[in-house]
Design a protein around this ligand. Sequence first.
Ligand SMILES: Cc1cc2nc3c(=O)[nH]c(=O)nc-3n(C[C@H](O)[C@H](O)[C@H](O)COP(=O)(O)OP(=O)(O)OC[C@H]3O[C@@H](n4cnc5c(N)ncnc54)[C@H](O)[C@@H]3O)c2cc1C
Ligand code: FES
Ligand code: FES
Length: 466
Amino acid sequence: MVTFILNDETVSTVKPSGSSLLDFIRYDMGLTGTKTGCREGDCGACTVLVGTVEGNRVTYSSAVSCLMPLVNAHGRHIVTVEGINTGKISAVQQAIVDHSATQCGFCTPGIVMSLTAESLAARKTTPGTAIASVSGNICRCTGYKSIEKAAAVIASALSDKQLSDPVSWLVDRGELPAYFLSIAGRLSVIPPLSPEPAGVRGIGGGTDLMVQKADLLAESDSVTYIERKELKGIRADNGRCTIGAAVTTSELGHSELLKRLLPDLSSYIQLIASEPVRNMATVGGNIVNASPIGDISVMLLALNADVILTDGRRERTVPLKDLFLAYKKLDMREGEYIRQSSFIYSDDPPFFSFEKVSRRTHLDIASVNSAISLRMSGDTIGECHLSAGGVSPVPLCLKRTAAFLTGRTVSAETLMQANEVIQEEISPISDVRGSKEYKRLLLRQLFIAHFLKLFPGRLNLKIDEL
Ligand SMILES: Cc1cc2nc3c(=O)[nH]c(=O)nc-3n(C[C@H](O)[C@H](O)[C@H](O)COP(=O)(O)OP(=O)(O)OC[C@H]3O[C@@H](n4cnc5c(N)ncnc54)[C@H](O)[C@@H]3O)c2cc1C
Ligand code: FES
Ligand code: FES
């Protein structure tokens, strides 16, 4: 039985644990402030807050409830727009009113919840982060300028936010109901779900599975990976950085450790999906859905990562580049799941770049993406790993091109010759994201863009001259 706190009420349900939180909220609990729009994570109308106990505190983030299976709500605090009601309008709601940032109102609860999640985040809020927090909310009426203005006002109201305990700070100011202060204690007495039977394939954040197989999941019980301790955490030990399979994309972006090992990673993570989807989507899910354009897979390939597979009893380590066998086909045995991925690091970060072209910046998967990691040995390229998505049936490690680059100097001539090797290594097909010729051209440009970014001034050329 799944048990969680919905607003101020502890609820338990025997509904199939693969069914969506959105349906439970609206149709079982009658809380219709949370809207149903696309049911694919695209519109943000169904956005709620998800509170998770960490130590003696609860940390909150936004999530799209349409893609959250009930099993992932277990032991958490789920807050809908009704649950932030204090009897007076909140500063977030007031800013939306003051800037006419609502018209028909269909998107408004989702926007309010995204901005409330930003208010609750234990990090400094700036106009930029406030606007980014609504990156997953589509509004068909208002025009985004008024929403941006409201977000900027909210950011300034949060300028003295108490980062050590934003929940108490907001409660003290009358921005959240007082019951929020009782949640940590109430969540701590909800027993964990009983251990899942071995060998059953589980769900991560649900952002892929709940789109592909929502009907099937709505009728079945699911097991979840997100609660398993051994699948969590990002660590650096003995020269290897390990990332648990249940680590979310947001956790990758916020990790202080990864900021040290790969300083630009957090800006690349912003190019994946939207804030609420990133808060749910896991590293393991990105690898196992085996999309040829999976952004995290492409980044990990360029880091020459391994994955550890386990069936709960035995473990084996597989280089990520060997895990992808064919379109959506992985070297995974019956009952196996991913425990973690890992890559070698040193205190001197590599030159690391990720590039992605998609039709829009947020909420879109790539037409073509690419990542590179290299180390220089004097003037020449030392170790080099290059990857690309959208140009073959699997996220592709461009081994021959990397071998070609090794030992050469960074010059326009080297890149032109390397591009010839790239073009031999890839096999794009024409589809809705572009013709095969366009994808070949895109990868060439992304490859050059890596070097323009990593070695400014060295190439003495501009990308539009190529
Ligand atoms: C609106 C939207 C935008 C998106 N944008 C992007 C984008 O820009 N870039 C991008 O790369 N992706 C994008 N995605 C796809 C998706 O969010 C990611 O691939 C995500 O990382 C999937 O992770 P998940 O935990 O949600 O996977 P789930 O849906 O939970 O699972 C996907 C598959 O992986 C399996 N699985 C999950 N964890 C494990 C594990 N530890 N071991 C074994 N199997 C496992 C599941 O059984 C399932 O088969 C987007 C999705 C949506 C809905
Ligand atoms: S209904 Fe559109 S994101 Fe959930
Ligand atoms: S106000 Fe109508 S969709 Fe945003």
